[in-house]
Design a protein around this ligand. Structure first.
Ligand code: AMP
Length: 258
């Protein structure tokens, strides 16, 4: 049985009952769970005595109010999935539980967070890092799992854990894709049928041998609005819009492409 916890206090009691030798894996999510989330959860279950999954649509990381309103919320289906995966705990707090300070306190990173996702979405990573710091302080896991699909986010969380000497292992997990190559994302369900058919070209072009500029132009010619295609430290990152839906992805660059 997956035990549902909705308050910080209830979790703190359960956490204090775990033995020092018990390992605890943590997978933070915003719900609308899919096979990408499931891969993180399975990895956590395989590496830890207990696993906790949080579901919290974090308003402070949305710079666009419409995006927050449209974000899919599927709590009962999510709980069924957690049950099937045999997750021990589902932490599902409300806004007040996480932000008793009303976001007057925040974690700000002033380098990597200002590029790529940070350029198009000002303040996004302040919201991400703040909620991850809060969740890690509440849950106190041994290990926490993050998807490479959001590689910039993974790097920022990992570096935050090092900068603040946080006692947690931050573990990256490979991107899970649909059979046509599109990276799984909770936002994919918001794509129109036509855009869903067009979407795999984004991953295909990112993975091609073309330059970032060529990829950008070809995407634009195929009806994508391109936010950025950027090569950085051995990976190629991209963000595009199809209609109102923003898609992000990244891949490891082959050695012959800079
Ligand atoms: P989200 O619910 O979108 O905030 O994602 C929660 C976690 O799942 C993050 O660490 C994401 O990077 C990860 N994740 C989302 N989609 C995928 C995917 N397709 N493959 C692997 N991890 C993913």
């Amino acid at each position: 049985m997956t035990r549902i916890i909705r308050t910080v206090e209830e979790w703190q009691i359960l956490r204090s009952e775990l033995k020092y030798s018990d390992t605890l894996g943590f997978v933070p999510t915003m719900g609308a769970l899919h096979a990408g989330h499931a891969s993180l959860i399975k990895r956590s279950i395989s590496e830890n005595g207990y696993t906790v999954v949080s579901i919290f649509v974090n308003p402070t990381q949305f710079n666009n109010p419409d995006d927050l309103k449209r974000y899919p919320r599927t709590e009962s289906e999510d709980l069924n999935q957690l049950e099937k995966l045999q997750v021990d705990y589902a932490f599902i707090p409300d806004y007040q539980s996480i932000y008793p300070d009303d976001f007057y306190y925040k974690v700000t990173e002033n380098n990597l967070s200002l590029t790529m996702e940070g350029t198009g979405r000002p303040g996004h990573f302040d919201g991400v890092l703040t909620v991850v710091m809060k969740l890690l302080n509440i849950i106190r896991p041994t290990r926490s799992y993050f998807g490479e699909k959001d590689y910039q986010q993974y790097m920022l969380v990992k570096k935050m854990s090092e900068a603040f000497f946080m006692n947690v292992e931050v573990i990256p997990c490979p991107t899970v894709r649909d059979s046509d190559g599109l990276a799984l994302s909770s936002r994919n369900v918001l794509l129109s049928k036509e855009d869903r058919q067009r979407a795999p070209l984004f991953a295909q072009l990112l993975q091609s041998d073309k330059t970032a500029e060529q990829v950008k132009v070809e995407l634009q010619q195929s009806g994508f609005a391109v936010d950025y295609i950027t090569d950085f430290e051995g990976r190629r990152y991209g963000a595009v819009y199809l209609g109102k839906v923003r898609l992000i992805d990244n891949i490891e660059l082959k050695q012959n492409v800079s």
